[in-house]
Structures are given as structure tokens and as C-alpha cells.
Design a protein around this ligand. Structure first.
Ligand SMILES: Nc1ncnc2c1ncn2[C@@H]1O[C@H](COP(=O)(O)OP(=O)(O)OP(=O)(O)O)[C@@H](O)[C@H]1O
Ligand SMILES: [Mg+2]
Length: 261
């Protein structure tokens, strides 16, 4: 069992630039580890910071307090020190993130969206398409939808395209944010099988499950997060002390593309 991820006394505070610079603490003193071949479930009430933690692990936000280190190509990469290029490389080589909602790439067909992570690592395009078709079939996406952009898909169809994209390659670390929230029983079962397969292949899975049954069946361990106590903080005085805004939600480049607004 290899340690794939270390989180130590980690904290994250957002500055709401469009609301007078008020500061809101989303995570405080989080410490955990994740290992290869296991599924760790993040639990805790709504607003406890579960999704925020996954985004921090994926390098979407500017570093907060404490430390996050990811085992990427047998070296521990400290995310608070890593530059954008190292974060992108870590994502390509080591980590996938299945967000709760598919952020649709306009005009890209579902099949191409699913095949993309394979093309990124130089897989032959025909092979990549074949793998994508097979996974979409497994997740019961009808063939008539494969060549369409998922913008008009149902919630559950989008979620399955998202899951397919996140499982097209067995990344060493896989982050799943409520991957079955909009799925029926048969597709939930398929996602459980996919999780089991990547775990058996040695991936470390860190997941948020919205239902207890899914968590009980898929997770080996749990880590509970509690919402940090205390009120939002007024901004510090003086314009120079404010963090600049970090842009809008996206699954694209690292650091702040996920709206610290
Ligand atoms: N980009 C952001 N800017 C400002 N505040 C944010 C941002 N993202 C999250 N928050 C705040 O951080 C807190 C934790 O949010 P988060 O989405 O991580 O909770 P969660 O545990 O995933 O909840 P749920 O179970 O409802 O999905 C919330 O109070 C939220 O308002
Ligand atoms: Mg969430």
C-alpha cells in the first residue's frame, strides 16, 4: 500500500471580492492520508467543505494554510509550491476529478470528450474512440447520443459522460464528487464496479457519496469534515491586502479558475 496523498493541517479561506472582500473559512485543520488500492469517503454535513477539499486536492484553488502533497511519478509534489505547469502535469499523469456537474465543453461530442484523456497521453485515436464507445455502452448512454454535445443531455446522462471521462484511464489518484447523485440503480451499480476495478488496479479513490448505501458498499474508510465554526470575517483594511479575484468556474487550467468570488 503506497501513500498517494498527504493532507496536513490544511485550511482554505475564500475572499469574496464581489461582496466587500468578506473572508469565509471553508476548511480548517484538515489532516488525512490516502493510499493506493483503497477508497476513502469524505463525509460531513452540507457546507462542511467536502467539494472544496477535492478542488484543493486537484489544484484548482490558490494554496491555503497547511500542506497538500501528492505522490506524482513516485515523488511527493507539494501543491502549495508547485507551478501551473507542474499542476497540469500532475493532472495528466496522476489525478482525475469527476466533478458533481459536467462542465460542458461547447460543441464537443460526448464520445470525443470521453476519449480526450486518452489522446492526451498519446493513445492511438482509433483505440481511444473504441475505449470511449465501450465505456459509454457500459454506462448505458445510447449510441444516438455519442456524436452530440452533452449540452442538451439529461442530468443523469451528463453525469454518466462525466464518469466515463473520469474512468477512461485508471489514474493513480481519482477524486469523485457525488458521482452517482443523478443515477438510477443499474448505473449506480456500474459506477460501483468501476470504482472496484480501479481500486483493484491500485488507484487511490477519494470520493463523496450522497447516499449511505453507496458509501457503505464502495468505501473502505471514512473521513468526516465539520463546517468550521465562527462568522465570516470583515476584510482587512487597505486595498493592497486583498487577494486578486481568481476567475470563473471551469475545469481548465489550475489555480483559481474555479471562481473565488
Ligand atoms: N468559490 C467559493 N467562493 C466562496 N465560498 C465558497 C466557494 N466554494 C465553496 N465556498 C463555501 O465553502 C463552504 C463549503 O462548500 P462546499 O461546496 O465545499 O461544501 P460541501 O461539503 O461539498 O457541501 P454539499 O454537501 O452541500 O455539496 C460553503 O459554505 C460555501 O459557501
Ligand atoms: Mg459538495
Amino acid at each position: 500500500m503506497t501513500t498517494m496523498l498527504i493532507v496536513e493541517n490544511f485550511g482554505k479561506t475564500f475572499t469574496l471580492h464581489q461582496q466587500g472582500g468578506v473572508r469565509l473559512t471553508a476548511l480548517k485543520n484538515v489532516s488525512l492520508e490516502a493510499h493506493s488500492g483503497e477508497c476513502l469517503a469524505l463525509t460531513g454535513p452540507s457546507g462542511a467543505g467536502k467539494s472544496t477539499l477535492l478542488r484543493c486536492l486537484y489544484g484548482n484553488y490558490l494554496p491555503g494554510e497547511g500542506r497538500i502533497a501528492v505522490n506524482s511519478r513516485n515523488k511527493m509534489l507539494d501543491l502549495s509550491r508547485a507551478g501551473p505547469r507542474e499542476i497540469l502535469e500532475m493532472r495528466r499523469e496522476t489525478m482525475s476529478h469527476v466533478s458533481q456537474f459536467l462542465r460542458v465543453i461547447p460543441r464537443v461530442a460526448a464520445l470525443d470528450s470521453v476519449a480526450e484523456p486518452l489522446l492526451e497521453i498519446g493513445t492511438d485515436p482509433e483505440k481511444a474512440k473504441k475505449a470511449a464507445k465501450s465505456l459509454l455502452t457500459r454506462l448505458r448512454i445510447p449510441e444516438r447520443l455519442w456524436s452530440l454535445a452533452p449540452a442538451t443531455f439529461s442530468g443523469g446522462e451528463r453525469q454518466r459522460v462525466n464518469v466515463a471521462r473520469g474512468f477512461i484511464r485508471p489514474w493513480p489518484v481519482m477524486l469523485l464528487d457525488e458521482p452517482t447523485a443523478s443515477l438510477d440503480a443499474a448505473n449506480r451499480q456500474t459506477v460501483r464496479e468501476l470504482i472496484l476495478e480501479v481500486k483493484n488496479g491500485g488507484s487511490a479513490v477519494i470520493a463523496i457519496f450522497h447516499d449511505e448505501e453507496m458509501r457503505r458498499l464502495a468505501a473502505d474508510r471514512e473521513h468526516r469534515l465539520e463546517p468550521p465554526q465562527g462568522a465570516a470575517m470583515e476584510p482587512p483594511q487597505g486595498p493592497s491586502s486583498m487577494e486578486p479575484p481568481q476567475g470563473s468556474p471551469s475545469m481548465g487550467p489550475p489555480r483559481g479558475r474555479e471562481g473565488e468570488s
